[in-house]
Design a protein around this ligand. Sequence first.
Ligand SMILES: N[C@@H](CCC(=O)N[C@@H](CS)C(=O)NCC(=O)O)C(=O)O
Length: 191
Amino acid sequence: MLKIYGSTTSPFVRRLRIWLANVEHEFINLQIFSGPDREFLASLNPTLKIPMIDDEGQIIYDSRVIFRYLTGKLGYSVPDWRQENLLTLIDSVNDTLVQALIMKRSGIEADPDKLIFKLQNDRIETILNHLNEKVEQGEFGGWGYPEVCLYCLIDWVEFRELHDLSQMQSLLAFQARHQNKIEVTATNPRG
Ligand SMILES: N[C@@H](CCC(=O)N[C@@H](CS)C(=O)NCC(=O)O)C(=O)O
């Protein structure tokens, strides 16, 4: 059976679990930051990041590549270039916020006068505002992979209190619209 390795809190993992809600799979929760799970991950996936899948011995890592692999295998339709760009934006802000969270946990203060934090803040604000506008324009109207990825991003930002979304009403309305879906509640990182 298809195995998905990850954690219950990772937005990159959750997107796959929701997208694969109707595809038989086993979810394996790893503690990736230390101990035997980290060693296990390193032995198969030197990026030391989750998600990773094992499909009958075929190991694939990186959610975007896993999505591409399973899209082909399951015969699903491939995203168009407009959707690819939306996925790139979601991945980019998600990556930036993962770094921000790890820095916060490392006790590094986000000094807005330092270039790294200025670049990070600009990227976060610019992309979230752009995504808010896209939702407003009706771009995320279905419940395919881009919508699932956007949902996991927004819900995780709220869960981890990483950014004030109160001025991004379309993103909040989008979150509210999908929050009671069974696959969404079943993967809630709050437990
Ligand atoms: N590009 C990767 C990003 C995955 C990622 O950043 N996962 C986080 C968890 S949300 C992680 O494993 N972080 C560990 C680390 O940064 O050391 C993907 O799409 O799968």
